[in-house]
Design a protein around this ligand. Structure first.
Ligand code: BMA
Length: 833
């Protein structure tokens, strides 16, 4: 079908004022103003506060474009807008075409009669959402949770909820043509969607049922030719006739190559092409979807603990390991494919197999799901409803939501990565009650959307995909009994929001934990980017501005002092907060992995950031891995050795947890040293590692060492060996790290390599805990970091630089630190007694 892209350069002006500036489409008003030099970086210091006016203004986007005469000979010419953010009025050649009010919908308008051959003028006006929200709230106040600066009433507009601020995000209310815009023309008929269902019941064959939806302008015989390709090779063909407004065909794919989640196998992808033919005029339209052949199910059955909540791929249950995804930038339009790729590859590199696209964000771009398909990252997709009540009693609102849901299910359902549709984030956790009140919506109105409309649309458009009403949700008992340990998914926030100690994680068993988290500061390089030197103190105004949790930096510091000594400087405080963060998540995930198959999933909060900020993210806004992400690579490893200490009894229970598909033989090697690294005891123990299970290996009785050396002077080092390779390591201590009697480890590094790629060998004379490398002024990814180094066991770390450096530059920039450096006294005391 012929099309004319209307992307690219537009002009934008503030309504009521003169001079337009250059605008980019797709784009957003803030990035246009930034590019034109009208505003300063909204993320620097507290610039955000001075940019609130942008979201309160009306903005006019305009462009002209040329239409060739030939285009107007078509039966239909549509203006197709893939995304308008949000309250938009479209005018073409002075004629009002439409008003739109949902950033998540694809809008199409028949504009043929308003177009002319030659020059045409298009204008899209964006009105600010907040006056509308306020007016709605005045008419009827709907309760919600929100960050302190957040404007009230976001539930009334179908716009990214977090764009109004969140407990990790700024308030920068955007507008603009945020996804592509084009003209498309067709004659006779066109394809509007292609749905492919899979039947895996016959061995070594997958039966595909392809259904093409057709918009045809008159009754007429049309045919669809379906081709399945694997690479360039055609593996199956079929055809069908138009029946009503559909063409159906069954296609059998022999010897299918199955798609697997990350860590379980490969991700082979097939293309299904549909060509629409008119017997008189030939080919009318073509569409192609890339699919993966697999079953991906949510299995819920009665078991010893209640009801299971586990995903299975091709019949094999797997432990879901992952994190929650938030929009990768406050300004969604500047997220590049490379950034998506870097974040998602980072998730896969940390052995994740599931990402939850959280309901306060957006239905992400196609590129996000394409990458998840390629990387084997299953996607738990929330519909975009979060932490608020919604006007489900309003017919106009419901119709609008219906359009959005149809558009997005139709757009995304072919992706093999898509594992689950979930109704909302956290409405059931405190926003729904018997009746509407100033804090709740009624169950009756809640159920209209989340128990009726959404599941019926999923059932109609994507019946193979499971639907789950909310996260968290309890399928049984009292509806308000969320986070029940026996069934459903849970958001467990007693650590952090409830200020419970990290050990609390070990006291609670749940079926699937879709949220739990802890915060840290980003690394110095990131913090230096948004602060002036005089603001580099965690209690400065700017450091608190770049922290949106209401309990914020003081909570990081409270926990930090529970676990670690007061750091001696600002940079060390930032780094140490990351170690603390990683440690919290290690406590949680190791415990829940040991509980499998009772627990079958952990998705920590959160993977990424949308601006530079102190938050729960394991990767900061600039893509820099925080300590947690390196630790996640270790605690999500397919084979994990871990120890549970019982300081009172003087025992340590050793476990090996496996996500591997087959059983293996291995050996756990343990060594007990004092804090200076002197070996006190050790042994090796063979272990038959059961597949997809936790295997308790042994319980070490260490009472006599504790009695002799003391809890503060012991370190237990664990290694798991399989086939002559050490596949997992761990460290157990008997006292808080702040009380360990560590001595100066005498860290040494040596470097070899060139260009982008270096190997750094770290050695230590005495135990060096959470040893990390950093590079002054250079960005790098480390194959591992925050590692425990002990005497006689040097550690090699592969370093990949973001831009090449000479060996000299590398050697000069390299720093190695460990826990000891966070409290090392660098100056001699001024006074002596
Ligand atoms: C969860 C999320 C978010 C929030 C996070 C941290 O409950 O669903 O709403 O950002 O906690 O408080």
């Amino acid at each position: 079908m012929p099309s004319i892209s209307l992307n690219g350069t537009w002009a934008v002006s503030q309504s009521g004022t003169g001079d337009p500036i250059r605008a980019m489409v797709p784009g957003t008003i803030h990035t246009d103003l930034l590019a034109a030099g009208v505003i300063e970086d909204p993320f620097y210091r507290d610039n955000e506060d001075r940019l609130q006016w942008i979201g309160e203004e009306t903005w006019l986007y305009r462009r002209s474009f040329t239409v060739p005469e030939e285009l107007l000979t078509h039966d239909r010419v549509l203006l197709r807008c893939y995304g308008l953010d949000t309250l938009a009025t479209i005018t073409l050649n002075g004629v009002l075409i439409a008003r739109t009010d949902n950033m998540f919908r694809t809008w199409e308008f028949d504009v043929k009669k308003h177009l002319r051959a030659g020059e045409n003028a298009l204008e899209v006006r964006f009105d600010p959402p907040t006056p509308h929200m306020q007016a709605c709230q005045t008419a009827r106040t709907l309760p919600s949770w929100g960050a302190p600066r957040e404007p009230k009433g976001r539930c009334w507009v179908r716009k990214e909820p977090a764009n109004f601020g969140w407990d990790w995000g700024p308030v920068l209310v955007t507008c603009g043509i945020w996804r592509p815009i084009e003209l498309v023309a067709f004659n006779t008929a066109r394809l509007t969607s292609l749905h492919i269902q899979q039947d895996h019941t016959t061995p070594d064959v997958v039966m595909l049922q392809a259904t093409a939806s057709v918009q045809h302008l008159q009754e007429q015989a049309l045919t669809g030719e379906f081709t399945v390709l694997f690479g360039d090779k055609v593996v199956a063909r079929a055809s069908g006739e138009l029946d009503g407004d559909r063409i159906r065909a069954d296609i059998s794919v022999e010897h299918p190559q199955l798609w697997w989640p990350n860590g379980m196998g490969k991700q082979p992808l097939y293309h299904v092409r549909c060509e629409l033919y008119d017997p008189q005029h030939g080919l009318l339209d073509t569409t192609t979807k890339r699919i993966g052949l697999r079953t991906l199910r949510l299995e819920r059955f009665q078991d010893a603990w209640g009801e299971s909540f586990q995903f299975s791929a091709n019949g094999v249950p797997f432990f879901a390991k992952g994190a929650n995804w938030i929009p990768a930038d406050t300004f969604n339009t500047r997220v590049t494919c490379e950034q998506y790729a870097d974040l998602l590859q980072s998730a896969a590199a940390a052995h994740m197999n599931m990402i939850r696209a959280w309901g306060g964000g957006i239905y992400e771009d196609d590129a996000f799901y394409d990458l998840c398909d390629e990387l084997g990252l299953c996607v738990w997709q929330d519909f975009i409803f979060a932490c608020s009540t919604y006007p489900t009693f309003d017919e106009v609102f419901t119709q609008n939501v219906m359009g959005e849901v149809i558009d997005n299910i139709t757009r995304l359902r072919h992706h093999p990565c898509l594992a689950l549709w979930c109704g909302n984030n956290e409405l059931e956790q405190g926003l729904v009650g018997k009746e509407w009140s100033n804090s709740h919506m009624s169950w009756e109105d809640y159920l209209k959307l989340f128990d009726s409309l959404l599941p019926s649309l999923v059932n109609l458009l994507d019946p193979e995909r499971p639907y789950w009403p909310g996260s968290p949700h309890s399928p049984y008992g009292d509806r308000e009994d969320f986070n029940n340990p026996r069934w459903g998914d849970a958001h467990l926030w007693s650590v952090w929001h409830g200020r419970e100690p990290f050990e609390w994680y070990r006291t609670c068993d749940h079926r699937f934990i879709s949220e739990f988290g802890f915060q840290s500061f980003p690394e110095p390089r990131t913090v230096y980017g948004y602060t002036r030197p005089d603001e580099r103190n965690v209690t400065s105004y700017i450091m608190e501005h770049h922290q949106r949790s209401h309990i914020g930096n003081s909570t990081i510091m409270t926990y930090l002092l529970e676990w670690f000594r007061l750091p001696t400087d600002f940079d060390m405080t930032l780094w140490l907060s990351q170690i603390l963060h990683g440690m919290a998540m290690t406590y949680a995930v190791e415990h829940w992995r040991r509980q499998m198959p009772c627990t079958m999933g952990t998705l920590y909060w959160q993977l990424n950031d949308c601006w530079p900020v102190a938050s729960w993210a394991s990767i900061d806004y600039h893509g820099r891995w925080k300590a947690l992400h390196y630790l996640a690579k270790r605690f999500y490893a397919p084979l994990l050795v871990s120890g549970v200490e019982d300081p009172e009894r003087g025992e340590v229970a050793i476990h090996v947890t496996s996500d591997e598909l087959s059983a293996q033989d291995g050996a756990v090697v343990w060594q007990l040293t004092d804090a200076a690294g002197r070996v006190l005891a050790g042994a090796s123990q063979e272990v038959a590692i059961a597949e997809r299970a936790n295997t308790p290996v042994t319980t070490l009785a260490l009472q006599e060492y504790l009695a002799q050396h003391g809890a503060r002077n012991l370190l237990l080092w664990l290694e798991l060996w399989v086939d002559d390779a050490c596949v997992s390591t761990n460290l157990v201590t008997f006292s808080r790290p702040k009380h360990l009697e560590l001595v100066d480890p005498g860290l040494q590094t040596s470097v070899r390599g060139e260009g982008h790629q270096y190997t750094v060998t770290i050695s230590a004379e005495h135990p060096a805990l959470w040893t990390w490398l950093s590079l002054d002024g250079l960005d790098a990814r480390y194959a591992d970091n925050f590692v425990h180094v002990r005497p006689g066991k040097p550690v090699d770390i592969e370093v990949t630089l973001a831009s090449p450096a000479s060996p000299d530059e590398m050697a000069n920039a390299l720093r190695a630190y460990s826990l000891y450096d966070t409290y090392r006294v660098t100056q001699a005391p001024v006074f002596s007694r």
